[in-house]
Design a protein around this ligand. Structure first.
Ligand SMILES: Nc1ncnc2c1ncn2[C@@H]1O[C@H](COP(=O)(O)OP(=O)(O)OP(=O)(O)O)[C@@H](O)[C@H]1O
Ligand SMILES: [Mg+2]
Length: 145
């Protein structure tokens, strides 16, 4: 793959496809030490994401935050295997909007994300977050499937 990217954002929700997206982005970063890699996880208050430890459990926001932070630390450790500048971030809000906002503010030139995420519905090719980001991001979006 041609690596003329400078700042790459991985949208991560801990789904299998987002894990694949993270791996692809890390492989891309390995080809060029100048690439900065950001892993962005968005916690949506209306949609509790049971990061890392089990599904469907209604949890206190504090506990969710703690778990999301644990996951963020694990990803940061994984990113440390790269010589590149890297960061894993936890944001709060609407996932699509927060990802696009982050891309704009950080002048990223590539987003890597899964076609689908944690939702069980598989009838459509794209989930709502990937659909939104493809439409609204000012840069290229690599959809992993
Ligand atoms: N909260 C999130 N934070 C960061 N990235 C996310 C988040 N949710 C989804 N993504 C990214 O978007 C990709 C597609 O997920 P998406 O949520 O669009 O599909 P879905 O979960 O199958 O369907 P939906 O959520 O619309 O019911 C994921 O693989 C991941 O890369
Ligand atoms: Mg989803």
């Amino acid at each position: 793959m041609v690596t003329n990217y400078s700042r790459v954002v991985v949208a991560y929700d801990h789904s299998e496809l987002s894990k694949k997206a993270l791996k692809m982005a890390m492989d891309l970063a390995k080809q060029d030490q100048q690439i900065e890699l950001f892993v962005v996880m968005v916690m949506q208050p209306d949609k509790p994401i049971p990061y890392a430890y089990g599904f469907g459990v209604v949890e206190l926001l504090e506990e969710q935050l703690e778990r999301a932070n644990t996951l963020r630390n694990e990803i940061e450790q994984e990113l440390e295997s790269l010589p590149n500048k890297t960061k894993a971030l936890l944001l709060k809000g609407n996932a699509g909007m927060m990802i696009v906002d982050f891309v704009k503010k950080n002048d990223a030139d590539l987003v890597v994300m899964g076609s689908r995420g944690l939702s069980g519905l598989k009838e459509l090719f794209l989930g709502s977050v990937s659909h939104y980001v493809v439409q609204k991001a000012p840069c290229q979006v690599l959809i992993v499937k």
